[in-house]
Design a protein around this ligand. Structure first.
Ligand SMILES: Nc1ncnc2c1ncn2[C@@H]1O[C@H](COP(=O)(O)OP(=O)(O)OP(=O)(O)O)[C@@H](O)[C@H]1O
Length: 736
């Protein structure tokens, strides 16, 4: 039978940070852990209502330990996931209030580890304590940044992924990596690797602020042989969600990229708020899940078939009053969301079934090769005179022994034949060949079996099961947990009953009140009236607060809208002035609006850019601009080239010079010689002059070398060699 249950909401208040203490901020939040209440001083009220009180399923004060938070929030959900339910734990709150601290915490010291790493320990511990059930654990990790989904465990973690929906599967992310994991260490490694890919940045409110929403998902499939001798598969999915912080631009002073991030964060959180409101007011026909990717991803967790716990994180300082109130209201509303959790039994897409089928196939193959059959329990059985169960390794040895015996027999035969010397050479050769073939076959068989064993072992290793020793302690732990949860449930019930009793007593007292005199009656009634007036004032102030909050939200949205409009105008201006009209049209034709993604996308490029476009019957094949240009340049047969700038050769400017290819005439040669001689004489004169100056300055230096070997004229040498070579300039122009 389906049982409805409400989203569990817990609130955690962090301590004042050292910065807040330095700045002399006042603490305005009180946490009453026995009554499970958060009391916040109304520093903005009109004085009628000094404080506001909110009651939740669980509250944690600034001294709360990570272990305590895990035990009272995530642990019951993790237990349910192991039983085949879907579960979600998500942290919500203003930026810098401790969402990441609650979900992930720190690895060092170990007691600072948050919900996610503690969940890993717990899951593997449960598996180890359940020997009769096979488990398959897979993990995935995604982030939602600026309304784009990215796979944090993929080497291409910047690639955008798409959201898809199928009736039997619900909403899912296409191509998201799902990694099979076998140990706590592996899970921690993947968490670390994914975290390194996550978008974080510094804001005024938090040095290491998560700028994206992140979801770490664990899928746990289990397979068990029931009393009916049938295999039963269950599959539970656990989402561990760390939302980006809700924030006000004015406070975070976000600009540029941070501003755009903030707009997207706020937009998705506003949609989340709208979804929560629509779910709890009961009147809405339409729940706006499709308004943001975040709400689509959390669709099953809010009003779906999932067990959900929301951890609302708040700051205790006075300057965060508005945000803390907003978080508390949000959380209060979320308490009323009802879900319909159910066990996922025998899911069609269970991976564990595929694994088991592969394992059985391999075992079957191995058994066949060894001349046996596969038993009903999946073990290889070998048939001799009677059915004997044989271990895989034993079979291998037996096979090897058999092969060896055959080899020895053959060798003996050869020896015998040699001894007798009656066999002809040909037969001998044939026997040797046969032996070689047999050896080869043997070797291949051995190799094949080794490979199959390896594969079998690999597959079996992926499936996890526990050992008997740990089962007992696990059972005890489970009982303890059950008792603790029952106790918790009872104490909550007692608290609710006490509250109701107190209310009833107050009403009874009012009714039973007898008045001794008119004066007394007037006094009592005046008191009652005053109480009622006080209550009205309280309600009015609450309504006023709500209106103010809505007004603020509206103003922020208008401001966001204005900024987006500014950006849009800028883009339009750029398009209008810098992009030609036909180009704009061409680009627009390449885009289309995807209803599924609720965004513009580039149409899939169907044509093969390297294939010639086909011509219509009786028409000429279309010619691209490039070919047209080539024809203008005199190319009679221009090849087709795609309109891809990367594959197009550059157009070089038209050549204005000619190659000098003739030998100079006799006359020119003479003129050149005269010119060069004159030049040489001039050079010689300059040289002599320089030399004379050197002697005048220092007559002791006489460079005999210089006088004996005057330097040759470099210009002459260069020109002559140029003429001799009749050098050609490199060709330039249109390249075919
Ligand atoms: N309960 C707590 N006890 C001690 N320190 C805490 C607690 N909660 C948060 N902090 C500290 O406050 C700082 C901000 O916390 P954290 O980064 O977890 O906030 P956040 O809500 O995830 O912020 P954002 O939304 O910007 O990512 C961190 O230095 C963290 O260690």
């Amino acid at each position: 039978m389906k049982r409805k249950e409400c989203v569990k909401v817990v609130v955690r208040a962090r301590p004042l940070s050292s910065k807040e203490i330095e700045e002399g901020r006042k603490r305005i939040v009180e946490v009453d852990t026995t009554r499970k209440e958060i009391i916040i001083q109304n520093i903005k009220g009109d004085g009628n209502e000094a404080q506001r009180t909110f009651v939740f399923d669980e509250v944690f004060d600034m001294n709360s330990q990570q272990e305590q938070v895990y035990h009272n929030t995530a642990l019951p959900i993790v237990e349910s996931v192991m039983d085949g339910y879907n579960g979600t734990v998500f942290a919500y709150g203003q930026t810098g209030t401790g969402k990441t601290h609650t979900m992930e915490g720190k690895n060092d010291p170990p007691h600072e580890r948050g919900i996610t790493p503690r969940t890993f320990d717990h899951i593997i511990k449960v598996i180890e304590g359940t020997p009769n059930i096979q488990f398959l654990v897979r993990c995935s990790y995604l982030e939602l940044y600026n309304e784009e989904i990215r796979d944090l465990l993929s080497p291409n973690h910047l690639t955008k992924l798409e959201l898809r929906e199928k009736p039997e599967q619900g909403v899912f992310v296409k191509d998201l990596s799902k990694i099979v994991v076998k140990s706590v260490a592996e899970l921690n490694e993947w968490l670390k690797a994914g975290r390194a890919n996550r978008k974080v940045g510094e804001t005024k409110m938090n040095q290491e602020s998560s700028r994206s929403h992140s979801i770490f998902t664990l899928t746990i499939e289990s397979s068990e042989f029931g009393a009916d001798q049938q295999q039963h598969i269950k599959s539970g999915k656990l989402n561990l969600v760390d939302l980006a912080g809700s924030e006000r631009q004015s406070k975070t002073q976000a600009v540029g990229v941070r501003f755009e991030e903030a707009i997207n964060i706020n937009l998705s959180l506003t949609t989340l708020g709208n979804v929560i409101t629509s779910l709890v007011d009961g009147k809405s026909q339409h729940i706006p899940y499709r308004d943001s990717k975040l709400t689509r991803l959390l669709q099953d967790s809010l009003g779906g078939n999932t067990k959900t716990v929301m951890v609302a994180n708040i700051g205790p300082a006075d300057y965060n009053f508005d945000e803390t109130m907003s978080t508390l209201r949000y959380a209060s509303r979320a308490k009323k969301i009802q879900n319909n959790p159910k066990i996922n039994e025998d899911p069609k897409d269970a991976m564990i079934r595929e694994f088991q089928e592969q394992i059985n196939k391999l075992k079957d193959e191995l058994a066949r090769k060894a001349g046996g059959v596969i038993g009903p329990n999946g073990q290889i059985q070998k048939i001799k005179e009677q059915v004997i169960e044989v271990e895989d390794d034993e079979e291998l040895t037996e096979l090897q022994q058999k092969a060896q015996k055959e080899k020895a027999d053959l060798e003996q035969q050869i020896m015998q034949q040699r001894r007798q010397s009656t066999l002809q050479e040909e037969e001998k050769k044939q026997l040797q060949l046969k032996l070689k073939e047999k050896q080869k076959l043997e070797h291949n068989l051995k190799k094949e079996q080794e490979n199959m064993h390896k594969k079998l072992q690999e597959l079996q290793e992926q499936l996890l099961h526990g050992d008997k020793m740990k089962e007992e302690s696990r059972q005890k732990e489970k009982e303890l947990l059950k008792a603790r949860m029952e106790l918790e449930e009872r104490s909550q019930q007692a608290r609710r009953q006490a509250e109701e009793l107190a209310k009833k007593e107050a009403m009874q007292m009012e009714q039973e009140q007898k008045y001794n005199s008119t004066k007394e009656e007037i006094e009592a009634k005046t008191q009652k009236l005053n109480n009622l007036i006080q209550k009205i004032k309280e309600l009015k102030s609450q309504a006023q607060e709500q209106t103010q909050f809505r007004q603020r939200q509206k103003e922020e949205l208008i401001e966001d809208n204005r900024e987006s409009l500014r950006q849009l105008n800028l883009m339009n201006l750029i398009i209008e002035h810098f992009i030609p009209e036909d180009e704009e049209k061409r680009l627009k034709d390449k885009l289309e609006f995807s209803e599924e993604q609720d965004d513009w996308i580039i149409k899939e490029f169907e044509a093969n850019p390297l294939k010639k476009p086909t011509s219509a019957f009786c028409f000429k094949r279309p010619i691209c601009n490039f070919s047209r240009m080539a024809i203008n340049f005199g190319d009679a047969n221009p090849r087709y080239r795609p309109e891809n700038i990367l594959q197009t050769d550059l157009d070089l400017p038209q050549r204005m010079t000619e190659d000098f290819s003739l030998e100079p005439s006799q006359k020119i040669q003479e003129v050149l010689n005269v010119a060069l001689n004159e030049d040489e004489e001039e050079q010689q004169m300059i040289q002599n002059e320089k030399q004379a100056n050197v002697y005048i300055e220092d007559p002791s230096i006489i460079n005999k070398e210089a006088i004996l070997n005057p330097p040759s004229n470099p210009n002459k040498v260069r020109l002559q060699s140029a003429i001799k070579k009749n050098a050609r300039r490199p060709q330039s122009g249109f390249k075919k």
